[in-house]
Design a protein around this ligand. Structure first.
Ligand code: NDP
Length: 390
């Protein structure tokens, strides 16, 4: 049932170079890093780095781990040894700018709390490196713009780590919607929620507005904001939003808890999104087209995502492989650096979400009026058009 974008289709889209790249180098299949692989410094060794990113290098083809940057030298040295890196490949935050002198490091993967993304991205660009930065790209629109300007000034690439742009179930859903076989996109519903635990250091900064830039909305809701945009294939022209936050809950002194928003798209399609840091967990979406419903539940997990079709002769689960999304994303960045793949998730894509987060919070603060969001952003590449499903 799965449909993989073919080389011929890419050529028809005018992306012959991409076709060559995707055919030869961007793949979900495990293989050893080869000669010429792009060396990455991973900055910030927290939950995501330890649980997902460092292990993912073992299956990367075109990206390899070249350095670690951490505030905890013992931890970094232990991890360096596990990944066959020398002591010289371990940097503290104070020493970070010295990466400029290490030619093994071509790109930096920023996996720090959100409020540190802008500073370390700008420093990485000044050191002459490319940047792959975790989502949300920053805690403010101004910082996001600073990062984009720094990338331009340094003539280096800035990619935001939107792993769902490279995830088979999401890509397949995008491709089917774009094909028109299910009719016009009408409605998308996204729910990205979980419980938060302030005693977990990894949640403590997420519950601090200055450090996260928006609590659950910036952490989880962003998957729904970005997801609605890539599923419908349009940009919202207007948003309305509401919040329900118990300010006597110590977790929600500075951030909103439950936020619900509605996007209106130019075609008339609507997106209903919700996010919370105080409910049972889900990362799911439903996409209603005129003649079918597509469901991703779970839709944005690290693994175990599912795609189902309803109300259409295609009815049933679309079986697709689970891949290491982080390995694929880093391989894609490596191909971008080598000029073999288009920058599908550039800084501008992250900035669009930052501006939408701001518009949502502006509407919340004013009790839910419509806020215009038709500032003319258009994504450079539709992931569905250039990233193979697997
Ligand atoms: P953690 O809190 O677990 O890790 C962040 C790490 O940053 C810390 O362990 C620490 O590493 C370093 N750090 C440096 N300064 C500080 C500071 N002042 N406060 C806290 N940490 C500091 O966060 P996560 O790993 O969960 O998230 C990191 C980033 O990744 C975030 O931007 C998040 O949104 C994103 N993320 C993306 C996901 C995805 O699926 N794409 C999933 C999860 C997170 P050290 O001890 O080495 O200095």
């Amino acid at each position: 049932m799965s449909q993989v974008i073919s080389r011929r289709e890419l050529i028809e889209l005018g992306l012959a170079g991409v076709a060559a790249a995707t055919a030869t180098s961007v793949s979900a299949s495990p293989a050893r890093a080869s000669d010429g692989a792009v060396g990455f410094a991973v900055v910030g060794l927290g939950k995501l780095s330890l649980g997902q990113i460092l292990p993912a290098f073992r299956t990367c083809r075109n990206a390899r781990l070249a350095a670690l940057v951490s505030g905890h030298r013992d931890k970094a040295l232990r991890l360096a040894a596990e990944h066959n890196l020398s002591e010289g490949a371990v940097y503290s935050y104070e020493e970070f700018d010295r990466i400029a002198h290490n030619p093994e490091i071509e790109a930096v993967y920023i996996v720090l709390p959100n409020f540190m993304h802008a500073e370390y991205s700008v420093r990485a660009f000044k050191a002459g490196k490319h940047v792959l930065c975790e989502k949300p790209m920053a805690t403010s629109v101004a910082d996001a713009e600073k990062m984009i300007a720094a990338a331009r000034a340094a003539e280096r690439k800035l990619m935001i780590a939107y792993r769902c742009h490279y995830e088979p179930h999401n890509l397949e859903a995008m491709r089917r919607v774009r094909s028109g076989r299910y009719g016009r996109p009408r409605l998308v519903v996204t729910d990205m929620v979980r419980q938060s635990d302030p005693s977990d250091p990894s949640d403590a900064w997420r519950l601090d507005m200055a450090k996260s830039g928006g609590g659950a909305l910036a952490d989880m809701g962003i998957y729904g904001i970005n997801g609605a945009r890539y599923l419908v294939g349009e940009e919202p022209v207007e948003v309305r939003a509401w919040a329900n936050t118990n300010r006597s809950d110590p977790r929600f002194r500075t951030v909103e808890d439950l936020v619900a928003w509605q996007f209106r798209f130019p075609s008339g399609a609507i997106a209903n999104g919700s996010t919370s840091f105080a409910t049972g967990g889900a990362m799911k979406w439903d996409m209603f087209c005129a003649n079918a419903r597509l469901r991703g539940d779970p839709g944005c997990y690290y693994s175990g995502n599912r795609l189902e079709i309803f109300s259409h002769p295609d009815q049933g689960e679309v079986k697709l492989p689970d891949i290491d999304q982080f390995a694929r994303e880093m391989d894609w960045m490596a191909d971008v650096v080598r000029g073999r793949a288009p920058l599908v998730s550039p800084g501008e894509e992250g900035l669009q979400d930052m501006r939408l987060i701001k518009a949502i919070l502006d509407s919340v603060a004013r009790g839910g009026p419509a806020v215009r969001t038709d500032w003319g952003y258009k994504r450079a590449y539709d992931p569905a058009a250039v990233v193979p499903v697997v």
